[in-house]
Design a protein around this ligand. Structure first.
Ligand code: C5P
Length: 218
């Protein structure tokens, strides 16, 4: 029960959240959803009436808000200045603006520092995002990169959000492009990551495979 950091990266709809939460609960670790942190800052940006494309104004909002997030894999809360934002950060307005906010280097610097602090305090934790293995926790004990076919990803996300599959597919493609091509900490697969395709494997098999890998690595 010493330090154990598992980094889970991949595009939207790859099964990251479900896999990460189940793995964390199964190995008695904490869980950090870094996407929720970028979403919470985006909610604050929209609330303040700032244009998500105005990097300077966005960075100012990010520096001023008080963001809190839990790390319980069975259910965590996110608050911005004391307001619970768990529901609105999953809404279409935030989803449409989050990639622009997450591309601002000053926002990333701030959130990456918070994430590293939480990881150090937790000791045993599963962390999911886009840049965990590459930037946030390059020394993680296990790095996982999850993928899935575009069709499978769009189907999962549209089922989760009760949205139209075609519209969801278009939104996923747009966010993937922005997240992979931005200059600051883009989504990337590190050379030392275990790559698993959840189209073929299914969530439970992926979780079982990761537990095997952790056991093998001691
Ligand atoms: O994972 P989720 O879809 O909630 O992430 C929302 C957005 O937050 C992503 O599309 C990406 O723009 C950003 N993000 C990021 N770095 C992370 C996690 C999320 O840039 N580590």
């Amino acid at each position: 029960t010493g330090r154990c950091v598992v980094a889970v990266d991949g595009p939207s709809g790859s099964g990251k959240s479900t896999v990460s939460r189940r793995l964390a609960a199964g190995i008695d670790a904490r869980y950090l959803d870094t996407g929720a942190m970028y979403r919470a800052v985006t909610w604050a940006v929209l609330r303040s009436g700032v244009d998500p494309a105005d990097a300077e104004a966005v960075a100012k909002v990010a520096a001023e808000v008080e963001l809190r997030i839990g790390t319980d894999p069975q259910g965590y809360g996110v608050t911005v200045d004391g307001v619970a934002v768990d529901a609105p950060i999953r809404g279409p307005e935030v989803t449409a603006a989050v990639s622009a906010v997450a591309a601002v280097p000053a926002v990333r610097a701030l959130l990456v520092a918070r994430q590293r602090e939480m990881i150090t305090n937790a000791g045993r934790i599963v962390v999911e995002g886009r840049d965990i293995g590459s930037v946030v926790a390059p020394d993680a004990e296990l790095k996982v990169y999850l993928t899935a076919s575009e069709t499978a990803r769009a189907q999962r996300r549209s089922a989760q959000d009760a949205a139209d599959v075609a519209a969801t597919a278009a939104d996923l493609a747009r966010r993937d492009r922005l997240d992979s091509t931005r200059k600051a900490d883009p989504l990337q697969q590190t050379a030392d990551a275990v790559v698993l395709d959840t189209t073929e494997l299914g969530i439970d098999e992926v979780v079982a495979r990761l537990r095997e890998l952790l056991t093998e690595r001691g």
